[in-house]
Design a protein around this ligand. Structure first.
Ligand code: GDP
Length: 196
């Protein structure tokens, strides 16, 4: 689903050099299959391919081959795609994403994606608590709104997990990549806009 994203192979020294150029960074997090690629494609599709510069930052530790992908947006800021987390993958040891979230000074905002169909899972809560503990500003994006069956369930989860009580009072945003895709086809533009 990454057909809109520009691929570039870069050696490690090139990666380091490119990331030394300080730009504000906005990261996207979420479980595997939550719709992260679809949302990023929607956001990135409005930019000329020539202004996108994909930089992959892979972990050197064996067994942690997943990488963070940085997209320079016209040299003004970067979108950062993180590996989708699965079962137990938010365990702290050796986790590239957690290391990035905790230490990256350029990081100004995170969008944590949650499937509206499935609701919040344990890994999402771990991630939310980790960001809150480390002072990482985040908002929540509920994806696949076309698949939402039970609004009450979602409201209850938000209430029960005290989501709105985190000191940063995250905003709740709602997206639907299906509608988004149709808009792109029909009007050549996309209505997806995330507040930063
Ligand atoms: P990722 O693993 O988080 O990058 O998820 P993808 O963007 O690859 O999406 C996973 C699956 O969910 C794909 O089959 C998408 O077509 C589908 N999907 C993504 N966003 C939506 C959405 O808003 N609505 C529906 N119905 N399906 C979606």
């Amino acid at each position: 689903t990454n057909e809109n994203l520009v691929e570039k192979n870069a050696s490690e020294s090139v990666v380091k050099e490119k990331l030394r150029n300080v730009l504000p960074e906005i990261a996207f997090l979420g479980s595997s299959n939550v719709g992260k690629s679809s949302l990023l494609n929607s956001l990135l599709t409005n930019y000329q391919k020539s202004t996108l510069d994909k930089i992959a930052w892979a972990s050197k530790r064996p067994g942690f081959t997943k990488s963070l992908n940085f997209f320079n947006i016209g040299n003004r800021f970067r979108l950062v795609d993180t590996p989708g987390y699965g079962y137990n993958s938010t365990s702290r040891q050796g986790n590239l994403t957690l290391h990035y979230l905790k230490n990256r000074k350029e990081l100004i905002k995170c969008f944590l994606l949650i499937s509206a169909e499935k609701g919040l899972n344990g890994n999402d809560m771990n991630m939310i608590e980790f960001m809150a503990e480390n002072g990482v500003p985040f908002e929540l994006v509920f994806t696949k709104m076309d698949k939402l069956k039970n609004v009450t369930m979602l409201e209850k989860q938000i209430e029960d997990n005290n989501i709105m009580k985190f000191p940063s009072s995250p905003q709740l945003l709602f997206t639907n990549s299906e509608v988004s895709k149709k808009c792109r086809k029909r009007y050549g533009v996309d209505y997806v806009r995330l507040l930063v």
